[in-house]
Design a protein around this ligand. Structure first.
Ligand code: PAF
Length: 278
């Protein structure tokens, strides 16, 4: 399995990949959630490429860019085990030779709400790097986790708006036995925080049950979710009921996405659930 870090070597290795090519973009520190993306990619393509790049553009001042766990050797060994065909692990200088003055890709709608409100510029950083990766690897399909649902929606919009031929696929969230969505940031949790963390998923499930039971007072459902997170020790950023395309649902809606984010100690956790009327 070639591991390449420079752009010319990537283009060469990419040209040698046979058949339909899938890309799984990651920031490394891989866990079972990422491996499920690799398997979802394998189901959709003949060759699977994985990128590993901790993208500085998507971290705000004071966020965990410097501390973000970098575990390239272990990641590469695990990806070789998974039968991945190519790993692209560039450094910051190769991806952004012009530094902070790099061209940015901004999605016109939806990047300022939810996580975008609490992490200004975050999604511009994500859509910029993903556009670069799609352009470099030219995959037939790229796979992203539904845990980062807003990211998935915005990447779909970006790829459609810029006429990338790549299909953008979502893959289901992988959870621990107690429901906590897998995330590299879970390792920031103390033992006590880890014990409270599944409340995020539990609160989303409670909201889903209320919607399925016919309740349409979205504000009341959101207030209950926020209260449940606060009671569990979170400092919630948001708890929101939206349409699947992240707009305000009306009372006649039959499909929703419930999304929540909050800080628990040092970790900022996010999660979401798809809900359909019973
Ligand atoms: O979801 C992630 O790990 C990142 O946001 C991504 C899509 C790899 C872009 O840096």
């Amino acid at each position: 399995m070639p591991i390449v870090s420079d752009i010319a070597a990537l283009r060469e290795a990419r040209a040698r990949l046979p058949g339909r090519v899938a890309l799984v973009p990651t920031m490394g520190n891989l866990h079972a959630g990422h491996f499920s993306l690799v398997r979802a990619a394998r189901e959709r393509a003949d060759s699977v490429a994985v990128s590993i790049f901790v993208n500085p553009l998507q971290f705000g001042p004071g966020e965990d860019y410097a501390d973000y766990p970098r575990t390239l050797e272990d990641d590469a060994a695990a990806l070789a085990e998974e039968g991945v065909d190519l790993v692209f692990a560039p450094d910051r200088r190769r991806m952004y030779p012009y530094g902070d003055s790099a061209t940015r890709v901004t999605v016109g709608e939806g990047a300022e709400i939810l996580c975008g409100e609490f992490r200004p510029g975050h999604f511009e950083g994500v859509t910029t790097v993903v556009a670069m990766l799609l352009n470099l690897v030219r995959p037939d399909v790229a796979v992203f986790g539904e845990k980062d649902y807003q990211q998935l929606v915005l990447i779909r919009r970006m790829a459609a708006d810029l006429h990338f031929p790549t299909e953008i696929a979502g893959a289901p969230t992988v959870r621990e036995d107690d429901g906590l969505a897998m995330s590299s940031r879970n390792q920031y949790l103390s033992a006590a925080e880890r014990a409270s963390a599944p409340e995020l998923y539990a609160a989303l499930r409670e909201a889903a049950e209320r919607l399925r039971a016919g309740e349409r007072d979205y504000a009341a459902i959101e207030a209950a979710g926020l209260a449940r997170l606060s009671a569990a020790g979170f400092r919630p950023d948001y708890f929101t009921v939206l349409s699947p395309d992240l707009r305000r649902p009306d009372a006649a809606a039959g499909e929703w996405r419930v999304l929540a984010a909050g800080r628990l100690g040092r970790a900022r956790l996010i999660d979401n659930l798809a809900v359909a009327a019973a």
